[in-house]
Design a protein around this ligand. Structure first.
Ligand code: E4P
Length: 230
């Protein structure tokens, strides 16, 4: 399942889904805000259902909007009831390092059979613990790791080795993608999935030299048919 789209923009999702190149979508509160989702939870619900039905059966990640233990469980149950392909994003810990999140993740996965994507992780050790707690997806923010001065590729390879060594079924998602190059380099390092913005996916497709080559073909094809018309 290599490429997910990291956006809440329905038109962009439609465009890349119709090309057959994406296998899921990730969102977070920041992304939904940027994409103009309004109306509180009703707005989040409407946009999530729209995206989930558009890409079904591929997965959509929707992030909880709270760090309260009970409310995270309630939102997790609610979000996952909106569509069968919605999974719930929970951060590895709270804003001040609160530790309850792993228990929430464990409960949602094991007791409630809800698929959880553990997010906002910066290291292999965090991803390993999230996978032990039962997470279906472990999301490491590769671009932010690089920005802290560490090589995210090494973390990705370490996580993959640990998951394989201990037969943990979690899928690694690498996000926070900053450069076109990241997509292939993280997949090469062992990520199961990279999530990238629409503009980075476009950057993967379009190459100036391909443009020039296509222009040459079309110009010569025109000359060819003009000559045949004479
Ligand atoms: C991944 O699932 C996240 O939505 C995203 O990639 C976060 O990236 P950022 O560092 O651009 O906020």
């Amino acid at each position: 399942m290599p490429i997910f789209l990291d956006t809440g923009n329905v038109n962009e999702i439609k465009k890349y889904h119709q090309m057959g190149i994406i296998r899921g979508v990730t969102t977070n509160p920041t992304i939904l805000l940027k994409e103009g989702v309004k109306g509180g939870m009703a707005g989040v619900k409407a946009r999530s259902i729209e995206i989930a039905s558009l890409i079904a059966p591929y997965p959509l990640s929707v992030e909880v909007t709270t760090n309260d233990y009970k409310k995270m469980i309630d939102e997790g149950l609610e979000f996952s009831s909106w569509a069968p392909n919605i999974n719930v994003k929970i951060t590895i810990h709270g804003p001040n390092g609160e530790l309850e999140n792993l228990e929430v993740i464990h409960k949602l996965e094991i007791e409630h059979n809800v698929r959880v994507n553990v997010t906002a992780m910066m290291s292999a050790q965090q991803c390993f613990l999230a996978a032990l707690a039962g997470a279906s997806y472990v999301s490491i923010f590769g671009g932010r790791v690089n920005n802290m001065g560490y090589d995210s590729r090494l973390e990705v390879t370490k996580i993959r080795d640990l998951l394989d060594q201990f037969n943990l079924p979690a899928q690694i998602i690498v996000g926070s993608t900053r450069e076109v190059l990241n997509v292939v380099e993280w997949l090469h390092a062992g990520a199961h999935i990279v999530t990238a913005t629409p503009s980075l996916i476009e950057g993967m497709i379009v190459h100036p030299y391909s443009k020039e080559t296509v222009q040459m073909f079309l110009k010569d094809a025109k000359a060819f048919s003009e000559a045949a018309g004479k």
